[in-house]
Design a binder for this molecule. Structure first.
Ligand code: GLV
Ligand code: MN
Ligand code: MN
Length: 413
């Protein structure tokens, strides 16, 4: 049985997204729903309520990943999984992550309403801490679930105030008992906003990423020597902040220097003691390097590390480097990408093959199961900002594509 005419309810999807956007709403029209914060808890509580309203079987694992399972006719078969994340950046938007969770929910609501039973079970997921801005690394709980990251290492990560991941997970009541261990999956789909300018520029509705670039994170710690700024001569200073400044410009220059398809960013910096009349004696900053070409990203890092060591030595500031995260690039499943393209054609949406420059939980799930993503346009190509926007029409279109992909995969025994 197949349902070509079936469409999701765009108004209901919008209502759910709007209700979620109230949780952690910021004055600038975005959301602040940091992983394992009170806002994360409130959004999770609402999500679970909605899963229960659909009579889904809810499981919470030891990483706080939330699963809602809908039985299939052949319930022993590996399920089809779909979802994304509820957490956000400190000044994030109303669509990043949550669209993929609410989209999957809307698909299951539609199936329920139409009394559709699938051959395979269908599971919705909210992955804990996709963003990684409070607790590095990003995508940590899908990473543990997929067997790529160590649970205890993630548990012991601390935020800037020294709070541990595991204690915060416990505090918000989401340290579940199920093992965070992947089960056999038939397919994983993640609907997400593009977070870049390509779909809008090309005037297409549906993006089909061929995969996700590699994501490499580093933490750089520089030690300087503090002193009174007035009496201390410029010669012989060990200024950690000036050392960092020189380094940061090397990071910015790295893509040009490597001459390949690469981006490199410093997004976070902490200066100590951060007083206008003390020479800084400690700086911590982050480096993010991404490319489709893993070898190029590693080669760029080798080159940069040599530069950073040279600058540190020249300024007499000891350097400590942590390699915080290395996820290889994720080429998605050809068959699922074809299915996605067929669904977009059948629904009459324009489509574009592209690459994801943003990280997503799909990067880890891709390591253990056939995986694909559906992108919809980001207005002005803006994301991780309060003005992040995607039209309701495009949210609906992406969710319709997801619906038909889920139906196809869940009927494919
Ligand atoms: C996740 O949001 C990332 O791309 O860093
Ligand atoms: Mn996201
Ligand atoms: Mn994000």
């Amino acid at each position: 049985m197949y349902y070509h005419d079936l469409r999701i309810n765009g108004d209901r999807l919008r209502q759910s997204l709007e209700e979620m956007a109230h949780i952690g709403a910021t004055p600038g029209g975005g959301v602040k729903r940091l992983a394992l914060s009170d806002e994360d808890r409130l959004a999770r509580d609402l999500f679970i309520q909605w899963l229960k309203d659909l009579r889904l079987h809810v499981t919470i694992d030891e990483m706080g990943n939330i699963f809602g399972r809908r039985a299939g006719t052949y319930d022993h078969l590996p399920p089809v999984l779909s979802g994304s994340h509820i957490d956000s950046q400190p000044k994030g938007g109303r669509f990043d992550g949550i669209l993929g969770v609410m989209g999957a929910l809307e698909c299951l609501r539609t199936m329920e309403e139409m009394h559709i039973t699938t051959d395979r079970p269908l599971v919705i997921v909210n992955w804990t801490n996709e963003e990684g801005c409070r607790f590095a690394p990003s995508m940590s709980s899908s990473g543990v679930w997929a067997g790529a990251l160590d649970r205890d290492r993630v548990y012991n990560q601390t935020d800037l105030s020294g709070r541990r991941f595991v204690d915060e997970l416990e505090r918000i009541g989401y340290r579940g008992t199920a093992a965070a261990r992947h089960e056999p999956l038939h397919a994983y789909y993640e609907l997400h906003i593009e977070q870049g300018p390509v779909l809008e520029r090309e005037k297409r509705t549906i993006g089909i990423p061929k995969g996700i670039v590699c994501v490499h994170w580093y933490d750089i710690h520089i030690e300087g020597e503090a002193n009174q700024v007035g009496p201390t001569p410029m010669e012989g200073r060990h200024d950690a902040l000036c050392t960092a400044a020189e380094m940061i410009l090397r990071v910015d220059d790295l893509p040009r220097k490597m001459g390949g398809n690469l981006v490199a960013t410093v997004g976070e910096i902490h200066n100590h003691p951060n007083s206008r009349n003390i020479i800084p004696d400690g700086v911590h900053f982050t480096v993010d390097i991404r490319s489709w070409d893993d070898a190029l990203a590693l080669h760029a890092w080798d080159d940069l590390r040599d530069d950073l060591e040279g600058i540190a030595a020249a300024r007499g500031c000891p350097l400590r480097i942590e390699e915080t995260c290395r996820v290889r690039h994720a080429p998605f499943d050809e068959k699922l990408m074809d299915r996605l393209a067929d669904a977009a054609d059948m629904l009459g949406y324009t489509k574009l093959h592209m690459v994801s420059g943003a990280g997503h939980d799909a990067i880890y799930i891709n390591q253990i199961a056939p995986t694909a993503m559906i992108f919809v346009p980001s207005v002005g190509g803006r994301s991780h900002v309060e003005v992040e926007e995607t039209s309701w029409q495009d949210c609906e279109a992406g969710t319709n594509v997801l619906l038909h992909c889920l139906l196809q995969s869940a009927h494919n025994r």
